[in-house]
Design a protein around this ligand. Structure first.
Ligand SMILES: C[S@@+](CC[C@H](N)C(=O)[O-])C[C@H]1O[C@@H](n2cnc3c(N)ncnc32)[C@H](O)[C@@H]1O
Length: 201
């Protein structure tokens, strides 16, 4: 087991384990089961991925993150070799948030944890559309955002900068795309983000 400095790249290192486990608990509560196929958008160093990969059946976990080094720090340090071999997670390194056409409409869940917290409004909406297109009927998009008093007017990927959105903005953006059952969830996120779920009819 090497240095765990990479953990600081996705948030406060002292909360790494809790934020990972929290994601897993939320997804189970949202209906994730072991036979499902899920996409972890911006999977980073598998903070949540380590739990999902262990739980899901082989090839049930798909991660996307352009930071190959970070993803592989996660593979080497957060997974055992046998779990990696037996569960065969599918990892992609695309950097454009375009994934529906590449992966097909085959997901039960798309998770975006701490992603819409770093995206401008245009990119947030385009990620929602991609998620809609990648989900099977009945599939769920589950995401976190910073619930603010106004909507960020920033655009694109913000890197380490943060954007916040009002719940009406999130709700409208999701329903305009065609999602149903849009619901804001508190759920005690360790750093105060808000969860939102939305279902493909
Ligand atoms: C705050 S971290 C969250 C990581 C992970 N979701 C978690 O909760 O541990 C944001 C992640 O988004 C990734 N990212 C940046 N651009 C991306 C892109 N175009 N597509 C997918 N992920 C991206 C970053 O590399 C980083 O790992």
């Amino acid at each position: 087991m090497g240095s765990k400095l990479y953990r600081a790249k996705v948030g406060p290192p002292e909360l790494f384990d809790v934020i990972g486990a929290h994601q897993f608990c939320v997804m189970i509560r949202m209906g994730l089961r072991e036979h499902h196929k899920m996409l972890d958008l911006g999977c980073g160093c598998l903070r949540g991925g380590k739990f999902f990969i262990n739980y899901l059946k082989p090839r049930g976990y798909v991660g996307i993150d352009p930071d190959i080094d970070l993803v592989w720090e996660g593979v080497r340090n957060e997974l055992t070799e046998s779990v990696f071999r037996n569960k065969s997670p599918i990892l992609n390194y695309w950097d454009d948030f375009v994934f529906a056409e590449r992966l097909g409409k085959e997901f039960d869940f798309v998770l975006a944890q701490s992603i819409l917290t770093h995206t401008g409004h245009d990119l947030a909406k385009s990620i929602m559309q991609e998620a809609f297109d990648a989900l099977k009927p009945g599939g769920k998009f589950v995401a976190t955002y910073f619930d603010g008093v106004a909507d960020s007017n920033l655009t694109g990927w913000l890197g380490n900068d943060i954007a916040s959105y009002t719940t009406p903005f999130m709700r409208k953006a999701l329903t305009d795309i065609g999602f149903v059952g849009v619901a804001r969830r508190g759920l005690g996120h360790p750093v105060g983000q808000t969860w939102i779920e939305a279902t493909v009819p």
